[in-house]
Design a protein around this ligand. Structure first.
Ligand code: MG
Length: 389
């Protein structure tokens, strides 16, 4: 058994949306296919992944360093103890050869995307959905039949009115979601508060609403927003400031009682450990949102969860960033707090299986093998063409 080829292609997301800090007009993502020599139904088993959203495609590093290192490894050295499947952790170790410690984001996204595609192949070879494989390995075999899910929405877009925003939120509730998230920081504070109050009229209470500032604020603005937002008792206040400004995180946590959230811009277990040791992050209330395909993949995510457990953190505080089929599988397999969802956003890359149902704030899981991209017709077409299957 061996990996016979790994391919990457960069696809534009074709989105006009913007958050407080940037728009997505140039955004791309790397789609990866890991092709094995295992044949099922007359075709090679292929694993797929993409590098989530918000970070650009990274095929250059993959082609120059990571893929050649995997292909140069003796195939037997990449197998698990049974010799009957690939060990994603050994694939990650092969990619890490001759890499200097630190500087994680330069490689963690490319490596993580390849690693997640390997897991897709591993689960298909095992004849199981990925969430089942993860549950057996990391979660005592417990598999939920649905996963709590909220909409990452409330973006800024040209010409948008408050009524448009309310209509968007009403659509999400009509689609079966209970909780939504909206952007803040793209307008002056008083206008953002007006937007927020308008959304609260639709979703009812602060428990059903989170806000995301996408790391925009310096100290004065972050504290001003914290003061203005606190009375609304929101589900969480996400990325108020730069993701590595641990001193400001700690200061905010000391004055802002409701939950804070961050993590989608942390790329290593050490980054996350620094957050909980020095950033004032409060176990039992705050939220951590690492995006595994951007942070070395699933095996490393399991190590991050182990580290967090040592610091008193429950998995229910974990909401992986991404809003896609990969983060859904991980939320289910690791028993996390829930997943994000981007219905109708990011073209072929947002959302879940075409037949997924959302009811009372939870999304159903399919029995498809692997991550289940085969249930997303438009996305799977891109993947199948890349793998030429
Ligand atoms: Mg965010």
């Amino acid at each position: 058994m061996r990996i016979v080829d790994i391919r990457e292609t960069a696809i534009p997301l074709k989105s006009k949306l913007a958050n407080s800090s940037f728009d997505f007009s140039e955004m791309t993502t790397s789609v990866v296919a890991v092709i094995t020599d295992v044949i099922r139904d007359g075709k090679p088993v292929c694993g797929f992944a993409f590098n989530s959203t918000g970070r650009y495609a990274c095929g250059a590093q993959m082609r120059e360093r990571f893929i050649p290192r995997i292909m140069a490894a003796a195939p037997d050295t990449l197998l698990d103890a049974t010799g009957e499947n690939i060990d994603p952790d050994k694939v990650l170790a092969a990619m890490m050869r001759r890499e200097k410690i630190g500087g994680d984001a330069e490689r963690s996204i490319g490596m993580g995307t390849i690693e997640v595609a390997v897991w897709d192949a591993v689960a298909k070879i095992a004849g199981q959905p990925l969430y089942k494989v993860l549950a057996d390995r990391f979660s005592g075999g417990t598999v939920p039949d649905k996963v709590f899910c909220y909409v990452g929405g409330g973006w800024y877009w040209p010409g948008q009115t408050i009524k448009d925003l309310q209509e968007e939120m009403r659509r999400h509730l009509d689609a079966g979601y209970n909780m939504v998230k909206m952007k803040v920081g793209g307008l002056p504070l008083d206008e953002d508060v007006r937007r927020l109050e308008a959304v609260l009229q639709i979703v009812g209470s602060g428990d059903n609403l989170a806000v995301d500032a996408n790391g925009k604020f310096g100290r004065d603005e972050a504290l001003a927003y914290a003061k203005a937002l606190a009375p609304f008792k929101l589900r969480w206040f996400e990325e108020p400031c730069h993701p590595l400004d641990l001193a400001l995180f700690a200061e905010l946590a000391s004055v802002y009682a409701p939950p804070l959230a961050t993590g989608e811009n942390l790329y290593s277990t050490q980054d996350v450990e620094n957050l909980v040791r020095f950033g004032g992050w409060r176990a039992g209330s705050d939220i951590i949102q690492v995006d595994p395909p951007q942070a070395y993949g699933i095996a490393q995510y399991a190590r991050t969860l182990e580290m967090l457990k040592r610091h008193g953190w429950q998995r229910s505080a974990m909401f992986p960033h991404g809003g896609n089929q990969m983060s859904l599988a991980m939320a289910a397999g690791f028993g996390l707090g829930g997943a994000e969802s981007y219905p109708g956003v990011f073209g072929d890359f947002g959302g879940f299986a075409d037949d997924a149902r959302v009811e009372n704030g939870a999304v159903t899981l399919s029995g498809r093998l692997g991550i289940g991209f085969e249930g997303q017709a438009a996305l799977y077409k891109i993947m199948r063409e890349l793998a030429r299957i």
